[in-house]
Design a binder for this molecule. Structure first.
Ligand code: GZL
Length: 344
């Protein structure tokens, strides 16, 4: 009896090992080893190859949909899928890293062929990006990048499709330096902490200002790329710095909040205080036309065509660069009216 029992247990054990390896290999996600950077290396490519090139099921993970910029991005991603003949499923994380991680896991379990991810922050979504790689689903980051010490383009995900955030902020700084002859007291309203555009725009603006001794940043606070947060922060900062004559906002939504706070404090935006920001949204263009805002450097949210071109190139075996750069423009009183048609 004992001998038979042993043979039975042995058989069951072997069957479970076989079943487990088949399941793992089935998704192609079997990890063979850890590469030099510590990133997992899979048998389906690093990054994973696309299993087909047409009729893809695209999963788009959006971090939040609370502004004209976000809504324009969402439409661009959906339109791009339609133009490519792909099916499209989208999730929205409501501004929470943990929710976006579970959203991406859900898209992985729906067996999408490719994932487009707009990560809320540079680190918050890395675990899910690496999980998609393990599941043999190629990831294309749009709009915001990941921390390259944690996940590498061309290895853990295919590419980052987005603007040059450092350059955007440098261009705003240059406009402000010119308009103030290099003499200004500046309030800086930063973007969502931990997000690539917030980190790099601060770097670009602050470094450009540093090279002009007459330009002083008197206060800098995170306003989360949000209009009402910026309005509240600006109200408080104005009490502490009544002599401010420039506001640099990390996006046009924040600039709109700052304009509301300035008006509530009896100041004339564009006259008492110059305002520079980024995005090129319709409200920013209208403020420039009304003489209330000096400049808006675009951060084009219509990333769909570049993203789907990268997917098509990747599927056809072409080399996709680690960064697909969205080219941006500078809106001022000279071209704002003509560019209202490009607003959002
Ligand atoms: C930029 C994008 C930024 C926009 C903001 O790619 O991540 O986030 O500039 C948005 O308007 O909130």
């Amino acid at each position: 009896m004992k001998r038979n029992r042993f043979i039975y247990l042995n058989f069951t054990f072997m069957l479970s090992v076989l079943l487990g390896s088949v399941l793992l290999a089935g998704c192609g996600g079997s990890t063979t080893s850890t590469g030099s950077t510590g990133a997992s290396v899979t048998t389906c490519g690093n990054p994973p190859k696309l299993s087909k090139s047409t009729g893809l099921k695209i999963g788009f993970s959006q971090n939040i949909s609370n502004s004209p910029w976000r809504l324009a991005e969402n439409k661009s991603m959906e339109d791009g899928a339609k133009a490519a003949g792909d099916s499209f499923v989208m999730t929205d994380a409501g501004g929470q890293d943990a929710k976006q991680v579970s959203d991406i896991q859900s898209l992985i379990s729906q067996n999408v062929n490719a994932l487009i991810v707009a990560p809320l922050t540079q680190t918050g979504e890395v675990s899910a990006i690496l999980a998609a790689k393990k599941a043999c689903i190629p990831v294309f980051l749009v709009d915001r990048d990941a921390d390259h010490t944690l996940a590498k383009p061309g290895q853990d995900y295919v590419t980052f499709v987005g603007s040059d955030f450092v350059k955007q902020a440098q261009l705003v700084a240059d406009s402000i330096i010119k308009a103030t002859n290099g003499q200004a007291k500046i309030i800086e309203l930063e973007g969502t902490s931990g997000a690539t555009p917030a980190i790099l725009r601060k770097q670009g603006f602050d470094n450009e200002i540093k090279s002009h001794p007459g330009m002083q940043i008197v206060a800098s606070q995170d306003a989360n790329f949000d209009r009402d947060t910026a309005r509240q922060k600006m109200q408080t900062l104005l009490q502490a710095h009544p002599d401010v004559n420039v506001v640099y906002a990390a996006n046009d939504e924040e600039a709109q909040g700052a304009i509301a706070a300035l008006k509530a404090a009896g100041k004339v935006p564009g006259k008492d205080v110059l305002i520079g920001s980024i995005d090129g949204e319709t409200a920013g263009l209208q403020s420039i036309i009304a003489g209330q805002q000096l400049v808006s450097v675009t951060s084009n949210p219509r990333l769909g065509s570049l993203a789907y071109q990268a997917i098509a190139d990747y599927a056809s075996g072409k080399t996709v660069p680690a960064w697909v750069i969205m080219q941006d423009k500078v809106y001022t009183k000279d071209n704002a009216q003509a560019n209202l048609v490009n607003g959002f």
